[in-house]
Design a protein around this ligand. Structure first.
Ligand code: GMT
Length: 370
């Protein structure tokens, strides 16, 4: 099958998911054509014969205050659909990708599948400045998928979508993210408990909540260490807060790391404090690594974590609740092991690449065969 894949190529979860999916499609023998404005972050360094990258050229012109990206993307989709004889295009994150794919189908007849991820539905998609065109482009798609049941409900309730939306969950490479020997330059002392948080430091991740939680935790457990992995808009304010609360001995910021799987393996507890999420990849990665994850009770998270069984759920915007659960897990290594083991089992049962890739391929086949 010749599959066009379109996404935001940066470090956002939807782009990472789409690129990991593309790599998996290619491993299954399909021809994959990424159509994006730059080489996707997650395919850097991956050279597979049947993975092709086509970059969208956005022409600047003095008249334009806002260069018309949707027209440029649609035009590149048309070029690739015709030249490569694509069977289907799968766009990740609806705005504006679904509209470009809709235009492409008008011109070339190539069907498109929209995958809904997050703010393309919850915030932007429902805003009047985007809603009429975005809604139409989603409604008219040959198939629509969402990464969680929460996202599907949001599509109905916020976007006003009336058509069928199929839930295909996100996935994690359980061979990369797996419990194993810790092999990293970031080594903890024997009496320390290492807690890890990985994110893009956007306000929605509420990283400061973790810092306030650590202030409480370290009063009782001075050997608790928090590793903050990643980078983004809140990083500087988080650094200042750590200094202000005198926590630099207990919290370390690593910036971007390419060895997240290793860092997770070297940790004892994972944390996610977001105020909303549809199906967070870092949660799946932590669980796949056998970590007991503490995560907020928002969006699609309760679909993945069953509280007290394969992880711990806490109310959002509540550092004290996070702190209490961290302390509880520090004191109870047996519970950590129990939750981590169940977490890994959950991943192997529901969130493997094999399972998810097959579901996407089935949707594509159904679309192609009408
Ligand atoms: O929707 C966003 O704000 C960004 C989007 C992205 O591209 O990172 O994130 C969403 O998609 C990810 C991949 O499916 C999910 O892991 C994230 O939970 C989701 N983020 C939100 O819903 C805030």
């Amino acid at each position: 099958m010749k599959i066009g894949l379109n996404c935001y190529p940066g470090v956002g979860g939807s782009g990472i998911l789409a690129t990991r999916l593309g790599i998996e499609f290619a491993k299954h023998g399909h021809d994959v054509h990424f159509i994006t404005y730059e080489r996707p972050f997650a395919v850097q360094g991956i050279d597979q014969e049947n993975v092709h990258i086509h970059l969208v050229t956005v022409l600047e012109y003095p008249l334009f205050k806002y260069p018309p990206y949707t027209v440029a993307l649609g035009s590149e989709m048309v070029r690739i659909s015709k030249n490569e004889k694509l069977d289907v295009i799968n766009v990740h994150y609806a705005i504006p990708h679904a509209t470009a794919a809709y235009l492409n189908r008008e011109i070339t007849g190539v069907p498109y599948v929209v995958t809904l991820h997050g703010s393309d539905v919850t915030i932007l998609g429902s805003d009047p400045s985007y809603h009429p065109v975005n809604n139409h482009s989603v409604e008219q798609a040959d198939a629509v998928t969402a990464v969680s049941d929460f996202m599907r409900r949001e599509a109905y309730e916020r976007l006003g979508v009336e058509r069928e939306v199929k839930v295909i969950p996100n996935f994690v490479d359980s061979d990369i993210f797996k419990p194993d020997v810790c092999d990293s330059d970031i080594v903890k002392q024997e009496n320390e408990t290492m807690i890890i948080h990985v994110s893009n430091f956007r306000p929605v991740k509420r990283v400061p909540d973790l810092i306030y939680a650590m202030k409480i935790v370290t009063k009782e457990q001075p050997n608790a260490k928090l590793l903050l992995v990643g980078d983004g808009p809140d990083r500087h304010s988080v650094e200042r807060l750590i200094d202000h609360l005198n926590l630099s001995r207990n919290i370390r910021l690593t910036g971007f790391r390419s060895d997240v799987a290793n860092l997770m393996r070297c940790s004892d507890i994972g944390l996610l404090s977001s105020e909303t999420e549809s199906a967070p990849l870092t949660l799946l990665e932590g669980m796949s690594s056998g970590l007991p994850m503490i995560a907020t009770n928002v969006g699609g998270i309760p679909e993945i974590i069953e509280n007290g069984m394969n992880g711990v759920i806490v109310p959002p915007k509540n550092p004290e609740a996070i702190a209490n659960q961290i302390i509880n897990l520090i004191k109870d290594p047996e519970l950590r092991t129990q939750l981590g083991t169940k977490a890994r089992e959950t991943i192997l049962e529901k969130y493997t690449s094999e399972k998810v890739v097959n579901e996407y391929i089935k949707v594509f086949n159904d679309v192609i065969n009408g």
